[in-house]
Design a protein around this ligand. Structure first.
Ligand SMILES: [Ca+2]
Ligand SMILES: [Ca+2]
Ligand SMILES: [Ca+2]
Length: 146
């Protein structure tokens, strides 16, 4: 099975509303649940800033990103906030569209099975950079203030 591929029974579970097809947010919810295990250290199904910081490279912009994603500003990224973030990502939308052969905005099992499943692997937190290959860019210097 291809990387990140889902089997048919699992696909049926992802279809939470049981209409026989998977919407972008149903898929995002599943992908988020998968990725969440990595970062949700206290297992409360939400991501706190300190959990966020343990898996993200430390930089001020990461805190800003967290704040942006925390739509209701309660200090946690919950499922709906994660789903909103994932479904808004261009890469995710493009991958979804590409697999949606009949263009109904949903994925049927046949469409999923025929497509590149790994292209839908978008989570709240991108894959950890390999140890030792952290890149430090000039972006860190940014900020002209006002
Ligand atoms: Ca559905
Ligand atoms: Ca929140
Ligand atoms: Ca479809």
């Amino acid at each position: 099975m291809a990387l990140g591929a889902i089997d048919q029974p699992t696909f049926a579970l992802i279809d939470v509303d049981g209409d026989g097809r998977v919407s972008p947010s149903e898929m995002a919810k599943y992908k988020h649940a998968e990725g969440l295990a990595e970062i949700d250290l206290d297992n409360d199904k939400r991501v706190s800033l300190s959990e966020w910081k343990t898996v993200r490279p430390v930089s001020p912009s990461e805190e800003a990103l967290f704040a942006r994603l925390d739509l209701n500003r309660d200090g946690y990224l919950d499922e709906s906030e994660a789903v909103a973030h994932i479904t808004a990502q261009e890469g995710y939308r493009a991958a979804f569209q590409k697999m949606d052969a009949n263009g109904d905005g949903h994925l049927h099992w046949e469409e999923y099975a025929a497509g590149d499943a790994s292209s839908l692997n978008v989570t709240l937190v991108p894959a950890k950079p390999a140890t030792g290959s952290l890149t430090t860019g000039p972006a860190a210097m940014g900020g002209t203030g006002n």
